[in-house]
Write a protein that binds this ligand. Structure first.
Ligand code: M6R
Length: 366
């Protein structure tokens, strides 16, 4: 059942290229020139008349929502808010029939997310679900939605569901942007084309597994970790930190890199590993100066860079090279090494990777 892998988590990490191919099947056309989602076709009127989108979810699904917000706002020019379902449901939020609420949940059974959906529905919002488990409570409570189609996820730490959620959010942003007329053809075609080759780029990234397994041994005894990223990669930093916490029980925090100087920099010394997503994109120079600040305080930097980068490589302790891609799709490749890092550190520590202490796969109680 684990297909030859020692743990479900590793199997699910390695399945991601295939999962995303399944997720895009029939949605991204074979010529890679168009994206269609049946929900967007069937509910075009409701989706186009919305004035705002509110994304709700918990844990990893909430992280996917943060990436979705950036892609949707940038391509569709519609305001997007992202809320923890548990906060949203008790806050007496302002929600009207002009809103779309997007509920993200792998299991489709998370109690807080389901309650948020019900509340939003009472307020008259149109509800769009992004779920994995077919026919679960959340997809049944929504008006429409798109399944991520990544197959059963057994490991408690969510991996392939996250990349599936980000892929569906990207397709939703593209499909809506086309209908709204808010994206130019060049941008649209280049993102669709690049999205269609993401499974190959993920495959390339998985080849880093041995290198990451070795690197993990160096950091197994760290007590704390910081994860930094900006823009689309800020939620990737949050997700990397959550994975490490969940399965290795090492304290880890994710931050937008520029926030470091507003507090967390005080934590940096020679015992502090800092994982920095420093790919060559619009934020490159800024992140580079963050790295200099960490090195000046003797922090240990593990940098995720774009293949061929020799500037950052010279400044840091460990380098992980990623294939180049469109900035908005970087989370799909950058997440993989962070999943592997958390996995190997937990294995080195002898922890129960698939069933970490105190955690359940779906949180059906408050
Ligand atoms: O099934 P859901 O996506 O609604 O679950 C939400 C969270 O409970 C879940 O993502 C949790 O944070 C994972 N254990 C993260 O790895």
């Amino acid at each position: 059942e684990k297909g030859g892998y020692p743990h479900f988590m590793l199997k699910e990490i390695f399945e991601q290229p295939e999962c995303l191919t399944n997720c895009m099947r029939g949605r991204v056309n074979v010529e890679a020139t168009n994206v269609t989602l049946s929900a967007v076709i069937d509910y075009k009127k409701q989706l186009l008349s919305a004035k705002r989108i509110i994304i709700v979810g918990c844990g990893t699904s909430w992280h996917a929502g943060l990436i979705g917000k950036q892609i949707i706002e940038s391509l569709c020019r519609i305001p997007v808010e992202v809320e923890y379902a548990s906060e949203f449901r008790y806050r007496n939020p302002v929600v009207t029939d002009k809103d779309i609420v997007v509920a993200i949940s792998q299991s489709g059974e998370t109690a807080d997310t389901l309650a948020a959906v019900r509340l939003a529905k009472q307020c008259g919002a149109f509800i769009y679900g992004i779920c994995n488990v077919i026919g679960a409570s959340i997809p049944r409570a929504t008006d429409t939605g798109s399944y991520i189609h990544v197959g059963p996820e057994i490991g408690v730490a969510s991996t392939k569901a996250f990349t599936g959620q980000v892929t569906v959010l990207t397709m939703l942003a593209l499909a809506l942007a086309k209908e709204r007329g808010t994206v130019d053809d060049d941008t649209y075609f280049s993102i669709v084309r690049e999205l269609s080759v993401i499974p190959q780029k993920m495959q390339e990234t998985l080849e880093l597994n041995d290198r990451i397994a070795m690197l993990s041994r160096i950091f197994t005894y760290a007590r704390n970790f910081l994860y930094l990223g900006r823009g689309y990669n800020y939620p990737v930093a949050l997700e990397g930190a959550l994975k490490l916490k969940e399965i290795s029980y090492i304290h880890a925090e994710g931050y937008p890199a520029a926030e470091m100087k507003h507090g967390p920099i005080a934590l940096i010394d020679s015992d502090m590993p800092v994982v920095v997503i420093a790919t060559r994109n619009s934020m490159y120079e800024k992140v580079l100066s963050n790295i200099q600040e960490i090195k000046a305080r003797k922090g240990k930097v593990i940098a995720l860079v774009t293949k061929g980068d020799d500037t950052i490589s010279k400044m840091v302790d460990e380098v992980i090279e990623l294939p180049d891609t469109q900035e908005c799709l970087e989370p799909l490749v950058a997440t993989i090494p962070l999943q592997l890092l958390a996995y190997h550190i937990a294995v080195c520590k002898g922890k129960n990777v698939d069933q970490p202490r105190n955690l359940a796969k779906s949180v059906t109680v408050e």
